[in-house]
Design a protein around this ligand. Sequence first.
Ligand code: PMV
Length: 342
Amino acid sequence: NVQVSSQTVAASCPSNIALIKYWGKYANQIPANPSISYTLNHCKTNTSIEFLANEPFCVQTFLAGNKEVNFSEKIHKYFKSIEPYLPWILQGKYIIKTENTFPHSSGIASSASGFGAIAKCLMQLDEVFSGKTEEDFRIKKESFLARLGSGSACRSLYNGLVVWGETSEVEGSSDLFAVQYPNYAVHPVFKNFNDWVLLIHEGQKSVSSTIGHGLMNTNPYAERRFQEAKENFVPMKEILKSGDLKKFITLVEHEALTLHAMMMMSEPAFILMKTGTMEVIHKIWKFREETGLPLFFTLDAGANVHVLFPNNGDEEKIKNFIETDLLQHTQKGSVVKDVMIF
Ligand code: PMV
């Protein structure tokens, strides 16, 4: 029995973009295949939690500027679901304030940064109520808790390249939490990379990722896809070590298109790409063919295009091309410029 007192904690957590995609899961947020992502450096969620002890369990969520938002029910359910791991969690009232450093409904995974930030706040509270935990265990538990909010969120707790899901290719990898991909096994070219997100469509997605994951249960290609993602860790590991950008580009674009192909093969089928998405993809391919420069794309579960290119001296030409040729396919000329440096 812990004597719980009122507390305020705060944390910040970035979003991430997957290179080998997680799409399809089993009960309790167990991924059907391992995934690897880049953690972003600028796109973050900043969250503070005021915990009022000994009040009836209740969650209120606000955006910066004190606008009440309707995340409360989702968080309420989430807190109830993680009680087995944080026994004190239902013993009070929560006032949660949250803000993203990137535009809302931009399709940048705010659930990843959002649940990452909440998990960090919860582990700060846990330290107050249950005592200090050792650093390595704390970050694993943050990742574990974030996973139960949104699968891909578990990867946001670490910098750089991050793996979630058990694979014999990555030591210590687990379905329950993410681990950092070992820094020594990454070629320098992958340690300083740009991710510019072209906001092709800023509205609500027509199919949520929860429904999308669920449709993999009846997708006739699902097992083959899960197998392929597992197999893709073998070349990915070699590529990350050797710095072979050409192979990296082929693999990353293949993963993005496969994710969307799975959506088209679902029953019912759905398509999250828009005309602008296709136009940008074709222009990127043409640009690469004509210049040989390493500009490529990935997609998450939405219409926006993550345009990737290394910071290796060629970027001025690439940046010019994006500004003059690709921005016109966005809804409002909007691009979110992020970078992965580690
Ligand atoms: O974490 P969720 O349930 O929103 O799923 C995200 C899935 C993708 O973004 C499409 C892929 C990934 O691995 O992040």
